[in-house]
Write a protein of this length. Structure first.
Length: 577
């Protein structure tokens, strides 16, 4: 058993102990020892022979005994006992995006679930949400993750691919023999679905990586392995392609493998006109190999502005870069708040105060509470009486958390006939009104378009949420004349949302760019139903970058005072029309 296998065994022990709810100090001790062994330059077997296992940082008497057993027998009785005690399903649960070890521990300690089939049944029967500290979102994530694992589609949603990518990149980065490692391909470009996780790594010992990759706990199978390339499948059903390169090849390979095929076809022609050849692992100018330390140097050699990975898609961007007209794309640090989230008042998990505290910890200066309206009974939508009671709570919290701003909002349903779930006497009293479709998805083109246009023309509707209704891999966009929809939105000044939930990413990058070209302001919102999902803003920002958005194009990059004025001004103008 080599060092990596020993480290993985200790990490697995730590995870299983955490699922059982064991002493956190004991769990951390196993994690620390695993990290030390991963980076250990000396061989564990040699240390054992010398009687020096306890000289390894983080390795005490108990862990040294486990290592000795692994070295002499190739097994660990404690790990085997834990595996027998805890069904395999609980080793799978933490790998599902948006679920984690906490959920695995709660389910293990509060149910008799023994396998993935029973887990799925419990989730579909809405039994998971009733467990302490869990809720509907965890349930949805479990169902979604299990569906993907079962189907093993040709492509994976960005969040699932990112979960696998983080594990594999983390493994490679943890090794002393690794110089640099980075994502490339469609996942680096931030596409909403990716064929596989492409990784480029410069390492000293390619053979060692190739021999040990298949043993990694997250790797289900390796379909191809050479000293230079490893392809396979993770337990999440995500394909991966790892390219192992020499250090001097790292930047050329990363550059070559990031852009789309259309991008590189055009770039190759453009480079030839500059006397430059891009061979895949070299940059050649005038028949001389030019060493490059980063991608910016390659663009400079070509006389182009640096093109961010997210927009390396088609030929147009190369012409734009050549003319020096690339946009200054929005950064996640530009986001100052979230204008669409749900609390425990409707179908969220956390209280308003918990959401506010999380937003503050993220450095935000405002948050809009936009629970569902009355017609969405399945989501515990708010009646007029409950909405007023919520306002009182928000006012109390506003006093306590000032100067942080809590916007009184509502996600109001656009009913099948185009009317809204509340009238102007209620909507006019809200700081922010989000309108969205949650039913009647199969209406014909004219009916659905008229329904959404009606909402756009309501002066009290500030934002249309998840405008096309798509759910990636599960539900296509509903019938909608997007040209007409965008034309009316531009005319009414209604803000359109990029719903940052990785299940939606709606507006899509392509439709986001169309909205920008028509002068429509965009809001990037998470639609979070628990405080953890506020982190999904990163997916939304990536999508916005793919849609060529700049900071000024996005409502929630403005200060709270500016947001208030933009919303008031929008309504004033709408009421005058």
């Amino acid at each position: 058993m080599n060092n990596l296998e020993a480290a993985w065994s200790l990490n697995e022990i730590a995870d299983l102990l955490e699922i059982k709810g064991e002493n956190p100090y004991k769990i951390r001790a196993y994690k620390r020892a695993a990290a030390s062994i991963t980076n250990l330059q000396l061989n564990l077997e040699d240390l054992y022979k010398e009687g020096s296992l306890r000289d390894v940082p983080g390795v005490g008497k108990a862990i040294a005994e486990k290592l000795e057993e692994m070295i002499t027998t190739g097994k660990c009785s404690m790990l085997e006992k834990l595996r027998e005690e805890i069904p395999p399903v609980f080793r799978s649960i933490p790998q599902l995006p948006g679920v984690g070890l906490h959920a695995a521990r709660v389910i293990y300690n509060n149910t008799d679930i023994k396998d993935l089939e029973q887990l799925e049944i419990a989730a579909r029967q809405r039994k998971i949400r009733a467990l302490p500290g869990l809720g509907p979102k965890t349930e949805v994530n479990i169902i979604r993750g299990l569906e993907i694992i079962k189907t093993q589609r040709d492509s994976s949603p960005l969040n699932l691919a990112s979960a696998s990518a983080e594990i594999l990149v983390g493994f490679l980065s943890s090794l002393d023999i690794t110089h640099r490692v980075a994502l490339s391909g469609s996942i680096r470009r931030g596409k909403d679905t990716v064929h596989d996780v492409d990784i480029v790594a410069s390492v000293d010992d390619k053979k060692f990586i190739a021999e040990n990759f298949a043993k990694h706990p997250h790797v289900k199978e390796v379909s191809q392995s050479t000293d230079n390339r490893i392809e396979g499948l993770t337990w999440l059903g995500v394909k991966f392609d790892v390219m192992l390169v020499e250090e001097q090849e790292f930047i050329p390979v990363l550059f070559w493998t990031t852009g789309s095929k259309e991008f590189f076809r055009e770039l190759t022609v453009f480079a030839a006109g500059k006397g430059c050849r891009l061979t895949g692992n070299q940059v050649i100018v005038d028949d001389r190999v030019v060493p490059v330390k980063d991608e910016k140097e390659i663009f400079e050699l070509l006389g182009l502005s640096y093109i961010p990975p997210q927009i390396r898609e088609g030929p147009e961007v190369i012409r734009t870069a050549g003319e020096g007209r690339l946009p200054c794309l929005i950064e996640i640090s530009d986001i100052k708040g979230d204008l669409h989230c749900h609390s425990a008042w409707s179908d969220g998990i956390h209280t308003i105060e918990e959401l506010v505290q999380e937003a503050i910890s993220r450095g935000y200066s405002y948050l809009a509470i936009t629970d569902h309206s009355k017609s969405l009974a399945i989501a515990n939508g708010l009646s007029w009486e409950r909405l007023q009671a919520q306002w009182k709570e928000i006012e109390k919290l506003q006093y306590e958390y000032s100067p942080f701003k809590i916007f009184k909002g509502l996600e109001v349903d656009i009913l099948k006939d185009g009317l809204l779930d509340f009238g102007e006497e209620v909507l006019s009293r809200l700081d922010i009104v989000i309108a969205s479709v949650h039913s009647g998805f199969r209406q014909d083109l004219e009916t659905m378009t008229s329904r959404l246009v009606s909402a756009l023309e309501n002066p009290y509707v500030d934002i249309i949420a998840h405008p096309t209704g798509r759910i990636l891999g599960r539900r296509p966009p509903y019938n909608l004349d997007l040209d007409r929809f965008i034309e009316v939105a531009a005319k009414t000044g209604t803000i359109l949302e990029i719903n940052a939930s990785p299940d939606r990413l709606d507006l899509s990058a392509e439709n986001t760019r169309r909205a920008k070209e028509n002068g429509i302001l965009i809001a990037i919102n998470t639609d979070a139903h628990d405080k953890v999902r506020l982190q999904d803003i990163a997916f939304g920002v990536t999508n916005a970058r793919r849609g060529w958005l700049e900071k000024s194009d996005v409502l929630n990059t403005y200060s709270k005072e500016e947001v208030e004025e933009i919303l008031k001004d929008r309504r004033r103008k709408a009421l005058l029309k």
